[in-house]
Design a protein around this ligand. Structure first.
Ligand code: FRU
Length: 427
């Protein structure tokens, strides 16, 4: 159970992190630091839209009980005057460093520039800004954002950012390297000659991490063509992963699989992972994503807006890689408390298993249903604005299903946790 302290006056969700007011989007700076788990997030705490962003801050001792802290970063410099955009965290010499993108708008409110920035903290709560990391790269439009930093095996630091190429307005991921953690050298494109078919017009929120000995590159391309036949890329923006190798010498990613969508429901974007080391030398890699439907490109009236808030994060999911090089995502043990699902009409908020070879149909109110037919699961939802039914579907071994049903979001896990569908529903 995700219990927030101090108690919110209204409990909007039981298992999911949500903003008290305003608009939440990407999880940021996910990090385990000085015995605490930190989840920062994109937050407009002034209005329910995307016009302004700070980094909100949740902290937890156990990944179950969360506390809301004051905002970690807010606009205060010319380089970040219109918003603290997404980024990541890294611990070095007992200090917590945050890397983020500063957004700048002109007098008419149009974004005109982005700057890659950093900040430092001794206690994980109060941050001192350290300024801009490097100049804007040549040959790229102002769409450069979402720095993700890690330390390589060679001791050097690597930083990747999502970007848009000037020459053909396609998405890219740039990589920088630093041996002293201060000066960064541009090494070019992490994906120079590869993944050409899944770049869209912009790539956001790249993440590169190791799970079970495999290197995983996850990213969120914008503008992929929907593929109605294979039921892929059907959301406005989509997120996927590729498993492969990262070559520290060339600073290039070498894919060993194709790009696979991470979640096939209606709402899932801009995930990030937390690296959690344990005393016995093992590590866990835990993912959160933004379960949101209103992007800056698509304003819409979502039912919660009338209550002054919008969007939640997914539950934390532990990642593994199978022998067949598929990523699995499983709700973490700390929160998973399932019981068999008995009543398929309007089951209450809870966590359930549905293990059967029979077909079934589950409803959540009048406008949302999930049906299993043979090896297919279809989610159907009546869109609250258009009143039109929309669907998402997956195919696989669906005899075992885990469902996390919260007040207005459901997460469905199946096919050995290789397939996940996340969706908001409103009764
Ligand atoms: C992804 C994103 C990021 C950006 C942030 C701004 O959802 O567009 O690329 O940094 O949101 O809130």
């Amino acid at each position: 159970m995700t219990k927030l302290v101090p108690e919110d006056t209204i409990e909007r969700e039981v298992y999911h992190l949500y903003p008290t007011h305003g608009l939440l989007n990407d999880p940021n700076g996910l990090v385990y630091f000085k015995d605490q788990y930190h989840v920062f997030f994109q937050w407009n705490n002034q209005a329910v839209n995307h016009k302004y962003k700070e980094w909100g801050h949740f902290v937890s001792d156990d990944l179950k009980h969360w506390q809301r802290l004051d905002n970690a970063l807010h606009p205060s410099l010319p380089e970040d005057s219109a918003g603290i955009y997404s980024g990541s965290a890294i611990v070095k010499d007992d200090k917590l460093y945050l890397f983020y993108t500063g957004n700048v708008r002109d007098a008419d409110g149009h974004s005109v520039a982005s700057h890659q920035m950093w900040a430092v903290s001794e206690d994980g709560i109060h941050f001192e800004k350290l300024g801009e990391l490097f100049e804007h790269p040549e040959g790229y439009t102002r769409h450069v954002r979402d720095p993700r930093v890690w330390q390589g095996k060679n001791g050097h630091y690597y930083l990747i950012v999502g970007a848009q190429r000037q020459v053909d307005l396609t998405g890219d991921i740039l990589i920088y390297e630093s041996s002293d953690f201060k000066t960064w050298q541009l090494r070019g494109s992490l994906i120079e000659d590869v993944l050409l078919d899944v770049r869209g017009y912009m790539i956001e929120c790249p993440d590169l991490f190791v799970v079970d000995g495999h290197t995983v590159l996850a990213f969120s391309p914008q503008g992929l063509e929907p593929d109605a036949i294979r039921h892929r890329y059907e959301n406005i923006h989509n997120t996927g992963y590729v498993i492969g190798r990262f070559d520290e010498n060339t600073a290039r990613f070498v894919p060993e699989t194709s790009f696979t969508e991470m979640d096939r429901g209606f709402e899932f974007y801009a995930p990030q992972t937390m690296h959690v080391p344990h005393d016995d030398g093992t590590v866990r890699q835990i993912l959160w994503a933004w379960a949101g439907m209103m992007t800056p490109e698509r304003e819409m009236m979502v039912p919660t807006i009338k209550d002054g808030w919008l969007h939640v994060l997914t539950v934390p999911r532990e990642l593994h890689v199978t022998d067949a090089l598929k990523l699995t995502q499983e709700p973490i043990d700390e929160i998973l408390r399932v019981k068999p699902l008995r009543d398929l009409v309007d089951p209450p908020v809870g966590q359930y298993t549905l293990n059967t070879t029979d077909n079934w149909q589950l409803t959540l109110g009048e406008d949302f249903e999930i049906a299993r037919t043979d090896n297919t699961i279809i989610m159907r939802r009546r869109q609250w604005e258009s009143n039109l039914w929309e669907t998402r579907q997956i195919t696989g071994d669906v005899d075992q299903v885990t469902l996390i049903i919260d007040h207005d979001i459901v997460e469905l896990y199946t096919d050995g946790y290789q397939q996940v569908m996340t969706a908001r529903y409103f009764k």
